[in-house]
Design a protein around this ligand. Structure first.
Ligand code: HEC
Ligand code: HEC
Length: 133
């Protein structure tokens, strides 16, 4: 699942500046709405998007969002890494890896998934050798 072709350029520019531009299917529409509503205090930073770009990004994310029932609750504030789907997919990873200096955070998808920015999460393209299948 790469970024949908209709992604507005503002999405990569505004939401890919501090971390990768997450694929919209990774959160439900409701969780993206809450994320966009809370950008002023976004995980300790101000990630406000001014003007029409904010509106544009919000409707892009909601239109291409994932299925809420399949993803499960993302918590408050919403985190991809807290959805039941994420937890299930990463169940076999020993806890110490989430704090490993090479990884830093579960949100840092690219630390483990070489192709994350292209939406490639295949278990064969894992950067960390010991976690590769
Ligand atoms: C100024 C930097 C910055 C910008 C700009 C930014 N973010 Fe973030 N974002 C963060 C930080 C910091 C975190 C927390 C990362 C962590 O816990 O490792 C985060 C986390 C997230 C998460 C949760 C990831 C997870 O699963 O834990 C989502 C979703 C997210 N951002 C979406 C967005 C969207 C959408 C935009 C654009 C509107 C955006 N971000 C712009 C800094 C930023
Ligand atoms: C600590 C390394 C690590 C981090 C960080 C990480 N992953 Fe993973 N992920 C893995 C491994 C290893 C697997 C394969 C697990 C298995 O098959 O047992 C996996 C599996 C997946 C799968 C399932 C792939 C499939 O074919 O079923 C998805 C989707 C996924 N990750 C998305 C993400 C996203 C999105 C992020 C960031 C929000 C992320 N991962 C962060 C290591 C990581």
């Amino acid at each position: 699942m790469p970024l949908p072709a209709n992604a507005p350029p503002a999405y990569q520019a505004e939401c890919g500046a501090c971390h990768m531009a997450f694929q919209p299917a990774l959160l439900s529409a409701n969780d993206w709405r809450r994320t966009m509503a809370g950008l002023k205090d976004h995980f300790g930073t101000d990630a406000t998007v001014d003007g029409p770009a904010g509106q544009e990004i919000g409707s892009f994310l909601e239109r291409n969002a994932g299925n809420a029932g399949k993803l499960g609750s993302a918590g408050e504030p919403p985190r991809i890494s807290q959805t039941a789907r994420f937890v299930r997919k990463h169940r076999e990873i020993p806890a110490k890896y989430w704090k490993d200096p090479r990884i830093k955070s579960a949100a840092n998808c690219e630390a483990c998934h070489r192709g994350a920015a292209d939406g490639n999460y295949s278990e064969h393209d894992i950067v960390i050798r010991e976690l590769r299948r």
